[in-house]
Structure formats: structure tokens, C-alpha cells
Ligand binder design. Sequence first.
Ligand SMILES: Cc1cc2nc3c(=O)[nH]c(=O)nc-3n(C[C@H](O)[C@H](O)[C@H](O)COP(=O)(O)OP(=O)(O)OC[C@H]3O[C@@H](n4cnc5c(N)ncnc54)[C@H](O)[C@@H]3O)c2cc1C
Ligand SMILES: *[C@@H]1O[C@H](CO)[C@@H](O)[C@H](O)[C@H]1NC(C)=O
Ligand SMILES: *[C@@H]1O[C@H](CO)[C@@H](O)[C@H](O)[C@H]1NC(C)=O
Ligand SMILES: *[C@@H]1O[C@H](CO)[C@@H](O)[C@H](O)[C@H]1NC(C)=O
Length: 557
Amino acid sequence: MPLPQLLFSLWTIHLISVVPLGLLVLAMPPQSPVRCGQAGCKLSNSYGKWGDRKDCVASKVAYPTTEEGLRSAVAEAIRSGLKVKVVSKFSHTIPKLACPGANTSILISTEKYDSVIDIDVPNMSVTVDSGVSLRNLIDKVEEKGLSLVAAPYWEGVSVGGIISTGAHGSSWWGRGGSVHDHVVSLSLVVPASESDGYAKIISLEGQDPRFDAARVSLGLLGVISKVKLSLEKAFKRSITYNFTRDEGLEDTFMDHANKYEFADITWYPSKWTAVYRYDSRVPLDTPGDGLFDFLGFRSNSVFVSTSVRAAERLLDTARDASGKCLLASIAIAYKKLIANGLRNGLTFTGYPVIGRQGRMQTSGSCLYTPLWRPDQTCAWDPRIDGLSFYETTAIFPARHFGAFIRDVKRLRDLNPESLCGLDVYNGLLIRFVKGSRAVLGHFRGGGTDGLLPSRGEAALGQEPEPVAFIGAAGKYPGMTAFLKARKWLDPKGVFSSEWSDEILFGKEGEKGDGCALEGLCICSEDRHCSPSKWYFCRQGLVYKDARVCRFERSSMS
Ligand SMILES: Cc1cc2nc3c(=O)[nH]c(=O)nc-3n(C[C@H](O)[C@H](O)[C@H](O)COP(=O)(O)OP(=O)(O)OC[C@H]3O[C@@H](n4cnc5c(N)ncnc54)[C@H](O)[C@@H]3O)c2cc1C
Ligand SMILES: *[C@@H]1O[C@H](CO)[C@@H](O)[C@H](O)[C@H]1NC(C)=O
Ligand SMILES: *[C@@H]1O[C@H](CO)[C@@H](O)[C@H](O)[C@H]1NC(C)=O
Ligand SMILES: *[C@@H]1O[C@H](CO)[C@@H](O)[C@H](O)[C@H]1NC(C)=O
């Protein structure tokens, strides 16, 4: 049962530093995830994770620009007996599923397959190439007087990546905050017989069970080529953050989600602080031209990121928990002062901040750091020794979430300082996710019940961990439906790898070094974490029989 593991890996959200400072003179927009050399093409993700794994390598990479180009790239791979993995421009996914398993694969990048954004104004829908970036899509639909209602908070992602991983914002209202629940239809490039040219494009929609499987398919059923999304008439949002005590959080979170369409809560347990986001839709003619330029996704000066990291490292070495608690207080006070990055105009002048949907949901200004500012970059850029954090997600059925909050409060009351490290960064971000028809969409996170479409769920963090699927095969009907669709669409597993097989067939694979940090296993030895980066396999703090990777700098000193 992976749940205790999931709960507890939350406490390991922490910094991992990777590359020395010397590289920062390179141009600073995020680096390409694919780099080819003599040994093949190596894939790394935007955090620089998996970069040290020699096995995240394909023999070559293709950059198709059209749907037919995509089809023929898949056909060519199958004809040559190679496997296929899709990668987008930035590769922002956190789990290692995007890795080709062996050097007998090719990568297909959607980076250059991004030209079509076809908006049907009367029908309020848009059909896009899967490589289109979220920001580009949002801006184009807003220009036509329409809005995309659901989107993740981070804009540096492609439409294909969003749909494949089940990316979401936060909402229990309407169709909910998951983008895949706003998909009307999609096309998929899948293997075909030799006489059909090895690969074909199929279109899925409506009640087709393959449509429900393909929407959150983790890249395992084929290449998503086109996506048609439903839109609504353009609207504005009115947002107020209430930084307040966390008293009664376990009783109020549901009312909060029911009352505000785009509610979320950020919780800083070590500071007894909860930040309620009061966030509602308002008519387009409401005055206000606000912008949400989320602090965490802004360009950070390389100097600040590395200094925070260095200060933290010093405090770790000195085992100075109260120093960290002070750092956390400063960080939270600053976030309150600047409203997390909300701006009424040039600056934040007061609540509520009102602005267009396209400017209030999704942000990522660090992506556009100009070349003449090489000292500015996204905080987690692997090329600097900065704030590259380890994120974990857990999903709870709403009715069990109150108990989780009470458990965390108990832990906090035992030793409040132990949670300051978490609160220096983003604390716990609580978002609300609605039940979905997408067969894996509801499964992201691995509770054993709550899998039936329910009123709602609360999600912490950002992406599902593959380890959540361990033990699911054969038990969870969604997984059975997914495997059925896979048998139909990709019977030979062209889009699978050894990493994804571990997940689909529900077995923990051979436990490799670092597997628990990558969400691929539950640790039983330190090497399953990352001892060289001070992550060790330890007993859970509240759930004593859980085994989790925990950051313990002091263990080495
Ligand atoms: C800073 C940051 C903030 C984030 N915030 C949020 C958030 O608010 N909410 C949220 O839900 N998530 C969030 N995420 C997670 C992010 O939304 C997902 O990782 C997203 O799927 C990444 O999209 P991508 O375009 O970078 O895809 P990639 O990382 O390139 O790919 C993701 C997976 O999908 C597959 N894939 C990609 N394109 C296709 C395609 N066309 N066809 C088939 N398979 C494909 C890949 O093989 C891979 O397995 C965040 C991530 C980061 C780094
Ligand atoms: C693939 O990997 C194997 C073993 O690691 C190696 O012997 C072989 O040369 C590689 N092939 C290519 C094309 O790189
Ligand atoms: C618009 O939607 C209507 C009803 O759903 C449909 O009949 C019509 O064909 C659509 N038009 C286009 C151009 O897709
Ligand atoms: C903030 O929340 C507290 C309850 O914790 C409430 O008493 C207060 O009125 C709220 N403030 C605003 C501005 O809504």
C-alpha cells in the first residue's frame, strides 16, 4: 500500500543541487531537453533530473512539423523495429516515464509541431497541434474573446504534455480544473500493419472507452497529434489571498472549495499559517487589468538563488533549525507583502486583484528571461547551483483529507521546527480536483478508495508518482480499462519502456539506485534514495511502518 509513502515523501521536498555555478554564462532560456552526441541522444528534464542516468538515451531524435510528418516518423521507427518516446520542447514532466528504456528507441519531439491553433468562435472550441505551448494557446483564444477555463499554474508546457499527464489547476466547479476534462476529441498516431504503412492517425471522442484511456495516457498509447478543447466566453477573475491562522483548516477546506470556483490553499504548518485563495469568476466588463506573475515562476537572480541555497546549506551543516524557521518567516512575510506575485497594474496595490482569465491562472515569466540578462533564470535551472526542488504529489479523497491535516498538525506539535525547511519553499499547496471519466485521470495518486468519481479530491503538489501504481494492476478497474485500450491501440508496446512496464504491470522493478527519489520504488536501502545528495531511506515520522527518502544533511557530518 503506497499511501504512507506518498504522505511522507511530502516531507522530503527539498533542494537538490546539481551542477556547479561555472556554466551559467550559457544563454538562459531553458535548455533543450534532448542533446545528441556520438553515444546517441540523451534526454534530461527541465530540473536536470535523470541527467546522470546513462540509460535515458535514444538512438536518434525526429522533429516533425506536421501531423503527417509525425505519422511517418512513427512509421519509420516501427519499420526499423525501434520503440518510440515523445518529448515536448521543455520536458517538464517530473517522473521518468518520458525516458526511452534502451538505445533501441527513437525520440519524437513535438517542439516544432506547433503551428496550428484553429479557433471555432461560434462553437467555442479550439483545435491545436500537440506541440503548441500553453501560453500561446491561451493568448490566441483570449484574442478571440474566449477563455480556456482549466489550466495548470505553470505555462512552460505543451498541450500534448498536459493531456498526457493529467495536468490541472484547482476547481471543483463545472467540468473541474483538469484540462483533460475539457477535451472534446483528440487524434492519436498509433501503430498499424505493414499494409497500412506501419502507423495511422485515429480520432477519438465521445463515449469511446479508448478516448477515456487516451486522455491521461502518460505517452503509452501513441502520439497525441491534435487536441480539440472546449472554451467559454472570455471572463475575468477576482482574487484575494487571506494569510491567516490554520485553525480549523481541517473543517473549512471543503466549504472553501465549494464557495470559490478557483479556490486553493497554501499551508505553512510550521508557522500555523494557511493562505486561502478567494478566487471567483467575474464578468468581463468588471474594471481591472490585473496580472498574476507567480513569485515562484519569476526569474530569480542567479545570485539570490545560490545565496538562499548557500544560507540553507550553512544552516543544515550547523543543524540550525531555528535559523531555517527564521528564513521561513521571512519568505512568508515577503509573499504576503507582494501577494504571491499578484499585480493590479505595475505593482500590487491592494485586494481584490481583478484581471482576465488568460492573465490570472497561468504564469511563468522566468521562461522569457532575455538573453541580455544572463544573471536571471528559473529558480530550478539545473545549470546553476540554485533552487532545484524535489516535488511530490499526493491525492486524497476529500472525506479523508481532514484526517491527513490532523496528522500533520500532530507531527507539527511534536516538533514544529522540523517543518520549517518545507515552509522556506512553498509549504503545502492544496488544490481541488474533480472526479474524471479519464480512466487514469482519477487515479493519480493511489489511495485505495476514492477511485470512484466522487465529489472531489484534494491534491498536494503537481504530478502523479509512478510508485502510486504499484500493486494497482488487477485491482483497480481503471487500470484494467487502460490495459484493454493499450492492447487495442499499441499491442506490441511500441510506446512502452521498462520504466512504464513496471507501472502498467504493477510490479516494482529491480530496485535501481535512486529509484525512490524518482518515484519508481519504495526504498528499503539508502542507495534507493540518493546518499550522495543527503537523501537516506528512513522510517516515516507519523506512519512508522512507512519507508521514505529523507534529506539529512547532518548524517554526513
Ligand atoms: C515548475 C512546474 C510547475 C508545474 N505546475 C503544475 C501545475 O500547476 N499543475 C499540474 O498538473 N502540473 C504541473 N506541473 C507538471 C507539468 O504540468 C507536467 O509535467 C506536464 O505534463 C509537462 O508537460 P510537457 O509539455 O513539458 O511534457 P513532457 O514533460 O515533454 O512530457 C510529459 C509526458 O507526456 C508524454 N507526452 C508529451 N507530449 C506527448 C504527445 N504529444 N503525445 C503523447 N505523449 C506525450 C511524454 O512522453 C511524457 O511521458 C508543473 C511542472 C513544473 C516543472
Ligand atoms: C546499445 O547498447 C549496447 C549495450 O549497452 C551497446 O553494446 C550497443 O553498442 C548500443 N548500440 C548503439 C546503437 O548505441
Ligand atoms: C458547431 O456545433 C454544432 C452543434 O454542436 C454542429 O452541428 C456544427 O457542425 C459545428 N460547426 C462546426 C463548424 O464544427
Ligand atoms: C480571513 O480569514 C479569517 C478566518 O481565518 C476571517 O476571520 C477573516 O475575516 C478573513 N479575512 C478576509 C479579508 O476575508
